[in-house]
Design a binder for this molecule. Structure first.
Ligand code: IVH
Length: 709
């Protein structure tokens, strides 16, 4: 809608509208507390655009409509900073922080400790110049003295005020500079990468690199799409005197003018408190919406800052408490593939060892072939690895500029790297599988799993012993574990013989030029390390104990896909004996509340397998317990298998189900032949029909109320 208005009225409306939009941008992007909805905001922008279409003379480069108006440039102009942008010295501990303060105390013995503590935002430093109340020019830090003019790109940052509004307390200097950090928030980073994934483009490595690339993109429209953000942390040079005496006052002043200031900034009066706040920020760094790589500590008094001055390129009056790095770059030597107990092939990276996140890393998972393709990770790449908190090490992606010429994309092997069995991939899944049921690698993993703590807890086993005993042919399936004692004498005799050979190594007339080498080889040769008389006793004791474990532990131990402890307990509760479980159909299992169809199919397939059945028979013969101890169920509905349908007036569905369970009933999701009661509220449909079909007793709300009385 266009309104006829005089040029004077148009000018007034224009001022008014852009003032409102600037205000809402500030509320939304700098303060994170919007006052109006998106629709209302869009309406204001629409009005402003229409007005500018009618009166183009009102447009200037700092109008909110002009944030993304810059043209594609050939290159950036270089600019010399009026005052250099400094860097910061580092400390890594409380002791080093104390040493920093002791040092500056020597220079200024009257120095008071009071400091401002700020999160160190992991982004890029920028210098922003304002002239006559409007954003005039912005530049990268560059080498500190000279940077690049990225004004058009900076304009696209919605948190950056294009115009400043004086208030009764604040007069705006004609010219001044503020400094801050441009970054990409974690959520925005995830959104960008999701888009890239959907478009089959290689993913961004981390928010910082992405922010750097975006800020220095020659097309401001692209920069705008990346959703850059800004925190301002330092007042640079100022024309005239503002009469401010403390750093914290300059932050407040900039905040009042509409610059985004981080809200975790605090003032402390002693070193003790600073150190503990640094620890606090380090603890909470993962829950912040942006990445920080440390904490900056700045002496609050501006007079003290001036008297302390600069040493080299670092101000003496500030230092950075750096966190342990969580990312590092290293060389990816090889992509290997591991075979899991269900046959899943998991690629992983063999890395040149690198210290990151407090540990030496030499391997990192690569998840699956799609993941590698999306990140375009190749052997020979220099990659960025991350180890954050307790999370297992990840390869974030390659540094493409360091990629050698002769690399090629990774391809999943067509045959299992262990048994050369066929490898397949189901359409719907990301994983590749080895299809060979007798793949040795799978068996090793199954034994490892069966003997692990969560399953049957057999002491003395682990990756190495499981592999040795499987690969030497003593264990061909899980039940063979219980027959290991039968081979005890043979294995120990073998070890005896080997011992003799080792002892006699020195007596033989080895006529090799490398006699010493071969003797030491023979002396140290032990194909079954750690397996001795005592080991057999330990293992036997654990095996005996495992025979009386409850059924759910055995189910866990079988290593059926999708069946971890929770599902195993569900199965064992509903089917409290191995026979009952083995006879259950896929539908029976799928009806268990909380059990998915995929897991149900997996269980049913497992029990359909002839070799699995044979192995179970063998386990039973060895005397393993096959029952789940049944908790004594009491209550009015003990032993009943009930289903609930329709709406009840007195209870919400979940509430009612809880009551029924407390009364001893087992509650299923669907009616089947074994359902003993259907509790039907109003409006039940299909389940009602089913119950009638099966002849299941149906009880309505009144009936149920009476039963519960
Ligand atoms: S003050 C004279 N404060 O850290 C002091 N820097 O290693 C100069 N940074 O180049 C910087 N957050 O990019 C300061 N709150 C903060 C900061 C911060 C992040 C970055 C900045 C600087 C680098 C110094």
């Amino acid at each position: 809608m266009t309104i006829d208005r005089s040029p004077e009225k148009a000018k007034k409306d224009h001022e008014e509208l852009r003032g409102q939009i600037d205000h809402h941008d500030h509320q939304y992007y700098a303060l994170n507390s919007p006052e109006i909805g998106d629709g209302q905001y869009d309406e204001l922008m629409k009005q402003l655009r229409e007005l500018e279409a009618d009166f183009p003379e009102l447009i200037d480069e700092n109008s909110p409509t002009q944030r993304v108006a810059g043209k594609v440039s050939e290159s950036f102009e270089s600019v010399t900073h009026q005052e250099p942008l400094l860097s910061l010295s580092n400390v890594f501990s409380k002791d080093e922080l104390t040493a920093w303060f002791t040092r500056i105390l020597r220079i200024d013995p009257d120095l008071e400790f009071q400091s401002v503590v700020e999160p160190k935002i992991d982004g890029l430093a920028v210098s922003l110049i304002y002239e006559n109340g409007v954003f005039a020019r912005g530049a990268t830090r560059g080498n500190g003295r000279e940077g690049e003019d990225i004004t058009a790109n900076l304009r696209t940052i919605r948190a950056l005020p294009l115009r400043l509004y004086p208030t009764s307390d604040i007069q705006i200097p004609d010219r001044f500079e503020v400094r801050g950090e441009v970054y990409i928030g974690k959520k925005q980073f995830a959104t960008l990468n999701n888009e890239r994934k959907n478009n089959n483009e290689p993913l961004y490595i981390n928010p910082r690199n992405t922010a750097a690339g975006s800020l220095r993109n020659l097309d401001p429209r692209i920069t705008a799409e990346r959703g850059l953000q800004l925190f301002v942390y330092q007042l640079g040079w100022v024309q005239g005197d503002l009469g401010l005496n403390q750093h914290i006052d300059t932050l407040r002043w900039m905040g009042e003018l509409g610059f985004p200031i981080n809200n975790s900034i605090q003032v402390f009066n002693n070193l003790e408190d600073v150190a503990s706040y640094c620890g606090e920020l380090e603890q909470s760094r993962h829950s912040l919406e942006y990445e920080i790589d440390g904490v900056v500590i700045k002496i609050n008094s501006l007079a003290a800052q001036r008297s302390l001055g600069v040493a080299g390129r670092d101000p003496r009056w500030a230092t950075a408490w750096k966190f342990e790095a969580e990312q590092a770059s290293t060389y990816l030597q090889k992509i290997e593939v591991a075979v899991g107990r269900t046959g899943v092939l998991t690629p992983y990276a063999q890395l040149e060892p690198v210290f990151v996140g407090g540990a030496n890393i030499s391997v990192a998972t690569l998840h699956n072939a799609d993941h590698i393709a999306v990140l375009d990770i190749r052997e020979g790449d220099t990659v960025i690895v991350q180890r954050a908190g307790e999370v297992i090490p990840q390869v974030l992606g390659p540094i493409l500029s360091l990629r050698p010429a002769d690399t090629s994309p990774f391809a999943m092997p067509e045959l299992c790297p262990d048994c050369s069995g066929n490898v397949v991939r189901n359409e719907s899944e990301a994983a590749h599988y080895c299809t060979n049921p007798s793949c040795i690698a799978k068996l090793v993993r199954r034994i490892e799993h069966y003997t692990s703590k969560v399953a049957l807890d057999i002491e003395g086993f682990g990756e190495e012993r499981a592999a040795l005993l499987v690969r030497s042919g003593y264990i061909n399936d899980i039940s063979d574990l219980y027959k290991l004692q039968e081979h005890k004498n043979e294995i120990l005799a073998l070890k005896d013989k080997l011992d003799t050979v080792r002892k006699n190594a020195r007596k033989t007339n080895l006529n090799s030029g490398r006699r010493e080498y071969w003797i030491s080889k023979i002396e140290s040769f032990d194909p079954l390390p750690g397996i001795r008389e005592k080991w057999f006793t330990t293992v036997q004791n654990s095996l005996e104990a495992s025979k009386s474990f409850p059924l759910h532990r055995l189910i866990v131990g079988l290593g059926i896909r999708h069946i971890g402890e929770t599902n195993a307990r569900l199965l064992a509760t509903v089917f409290p004996s191995l026979d009952m479980l083995a006879e259950a159909t896929e539908q029976d299992i799928a009806e268990i509340k909380g059990f998915g169809d995929v897991a149900a199919k997996s269980v049913s397939d497992w029990f359909d397998d002839f070799d699995n059945r044979k192995m179970l028979d063998e386990l039973v013969k060895q005397g393993i317990n096959t029952a789940e101890p049944v908790e004594e169920v009491t209550g009015r509905f003990a032993g009943q298998k009930v289903v609930v349908t329709g709406t009840f007036h007195q209870w919400k569905r979940a509430e009612l189900e809880k009551i029924l369970r407390q009364e001893g009933a087992s509650v299923s999701a669907a009616v089947s032949g074994s359902t003993t009661i259907l509790f039907a509220g109003t409006g039940g449909g299909k389940k009602h029909t089913e119950a009638v079909k099966f002849g299941t007793p149906i009880i309505d709300e009144d009936g149920l109320t009476k039963l519960l009385e």
